[in-house]
Ligand binder design. Structure first.
Ligand code: HEC
Length: 106
């Protein structure tokens, strides 16, 4: 194998790895884009929108992964009223990544 060929292989492998990584759902980025307005960066819901909608502090209520995914897909209903609408444009992987991120909020 020539040196030039080896270098080519190395670059191709690195490129493939970077592309794969970019395809993986980034929970933090998705949370920032889709949830922060109401739930706040720290999940405490102290944004103006969060206060208006009486969003609870998720670091206190500690919803399960399943509950977070359900909230994203079906929304949240309390006392027969839809308090949070389902969040559109997220795949199953996106929802899972967001749930993992929310679980990590302290
Ligand atoms: C337009 C405002 C808004 C956006 C955007 C929003 N939510 Fe909510 N969310 C609410 C409201 C209102 C509630 C009902 C009050 C509560 O339970 O905090 C709620 C409730 C929840 C609950 C149940 C809370 C608990 O403590 O059990 C979860 C989980 C949740 N949201 C997750 C998310 C995630 C994840 C996103 C982003 C993908 C998101 N929400 C985006 C307004 C929003």
């Amino acid at each position: 194998m020539t040196m030039k060929y080896k270098m080519c292989l190395l670059v191709a492998t690195a490129f493939a790895a970077a592309t794969l990584n970019a395809g993986a759902a980034d929970g933090a980025a998705l949370y920032t884009k889709k949830c922060v307005a109401c739930h706040g960066k720290d999940g405490k819901g102290t944004t103006s929108m969060g206060k208006k909608l009486k969003v609870k502090d998720m670091t206190v209520t500690k919803p399960s992964e399943a509950a977070i995914i359900k909230a994203i897909k079906e929304g949240v209903t309390e006392g027969g009223k839809l308090t949070m609408k389902p969040v559109k444009g997220l795949s199953d992987d996106d929802a899972k990544a967001i749930a993992a991120y929310v679980k990590g909020l302290k």
